[in-house]
Design a protein around this ligand. Structure first.
Ligand code: HEM
Length: 369
């Protein structure tokens, strides 16, 4: 195949996925309709993830006014926000609860999009950018966890960074050095310290937001150009106008989400789920305290890592990542019924590990849960 025909085919491929001629008021507002069927509730989850992203941006900017990204002042500045700034505790809590809710919505959105086969041609790029958004969302969680510089944050980050380096043992030749190079680049110095905090801060507030803005732009443009996918095999019960019917319902979901988040953030400090000493400022001379765990949304990989050999988890995670990324091609011929079963199994695994991971761990390893 000549270079010209390769370029021609690539241009045709992209043009089919981004039919920019539909970028007009008539196609995107007047004509757009949403199918109504038994899974249509799934269409609200991407919007809910978007809402929580907006909350994270606004509350994150407010926190930036007071937060100090230095090992000497980070913990004190976070305490100052909670105890002395008007509304500071509420904003901090909203940011912490909001991050968990955003991750929950993104995972639920992924599972419903998968179950509805929403990755089918011409939505492959919508799906692949979605997988990128999932990884970026986890990246926000991982880097944000370190910023308050307390015992649990620093120790959990050390363990996370060690796991990256461990990957090298399983790679061939020169590639075996890459994970260590990645760890050193993120960590910035011999142990988790000021350079690490500065880098995590830069990644959390600059690198990830820019990357997310780019990917989300492509994701939402593709969604707008193609409209909602059909979702189920049988014909839709009816279709409703995107403007104003669907958008009013979408904003109602946002209203409920805001109410739930606000009440939670007002009444229940996010930190109440962990034992207090773990939230004391990090002591570089102290030993690693018991009870160090990552955030709940990493339990699905954390507990299996505690129970099974690292290599097994590495291979399983690599396979899962490839399956996710290439889903539009791997599951092209799979029926929606099978996809629903797979999505249900994925959800059951994630929920099972999140809710019962600790019990499962003690069941196999012994000791009190
Ligand atoms: C920051 C994270 C994300 C945001 C803010 C977001 C936002 C949205 C929004 C607003 C929609 C249109 C409404 C809907 O169908 O729910 C949408 C559609 C879609 N998203 Fe996402 N998304 C995110 C992550 C993901 C992930 C992780 C995936 C899967 C890997 C994904 C795959 C899709 C697909 C395939 C559609 C088209 C749905 C259809 O046509 O029925 N998105 N997204």
């Amino acid at each position: 195949m000549s270079l010209v025909s390769v370029v021609k085919r690539a241009v045709e491929y992209v043009a089919e996925r981004f039919p920019v001629e539909k970028l007009n008021y008539h196609a995107m507002v007047e004509k757009k309709e949403v199918p109504v069927h038994r899974l249509s509730w799934g269409y609200y989850l991407g919007g809910a993830a978007l809402f929580f992203l907006c909350v994270q941006i606004v509350t994150g900017l407010m926190l930036l006014f007071y937060y100090q990204p230095t090992v000497s002042d980070a913990h004190a500045s976070v305490e100052f926000i909670s105890e002395h700034v008007h509304g500071g505790a509420l904003i901090r809590n909203m940011h912490a609860w909001g991050s968990s809710m955003m991750i929950a919505c993104v995972i639920a959105h992924l599972l419903t999009a998968f179950a509805m086969k929403a990755f089918e041609k011409p939505r492959e790029i919508t799906w692949v950018t979605g997988v990128g958004l999932l990884f970026l969302t986890f990246g926000f969680g991982f880097t944000g966890y370190l910023l308050p510089w307390h015992q649990i944050a620093v120790n959990a980050t050390k363990i996370g960074l060690q796991s990256i380096e461990q990957v090298g043992q399983y790679l061939p030749g020169q590639m075996a050095q890459w994970p260590r190079a990645i760890r050193e680049t993120i960590q910035g110095e011999a142990t988790v310290g000021q350079a690490t905090l500065s880098r995590f801060y830069a990644i959390h507030v600059i690198v990830l937001p820019f990357a997310l803005a780019g990917l989300l732009g492509i994701h939402l443009l593709a969604v707008q150009l193609h409209g909602m996918s059909r979702g189920v095999d049988e014909p839709a019960r009816r279709r409703e106008k995107f403007f104003p019917i669907f958008i009013i319902k979408d904003f109602s979901v946002w209203g409920v989400a805001f109410f739930v988040l606000f009440v939670l953030a007002l009444c229940l400090p996010f930190e109440s789920f962990y034992s207090y000493p773990l939230f004391e400022a990090y002591d570089p001379n102290g030993s690693t305290p018991d009870g160090i765990k990552p955030e709940w949304y990493f339990y699905f990989v954390y507990y299996p890592l505690e129970l099974l050999p690292f290599g097994v988890i590495l291979v399983a995670s690599g396979l899962a990542a490839v399956l996710l990324l290439l889903a539009p091609w791997i599951f092209r011929g799979t029926s929606r019924k099978t996809l629903r079963i797979l999505a249900f199994a994925g959800a059951a695994y994630f929920l099972g590990m999140t809710l019962f991971g600790e019990r499962i761990y003690h069941f196999f390893k012994g000791g009190a849960p």
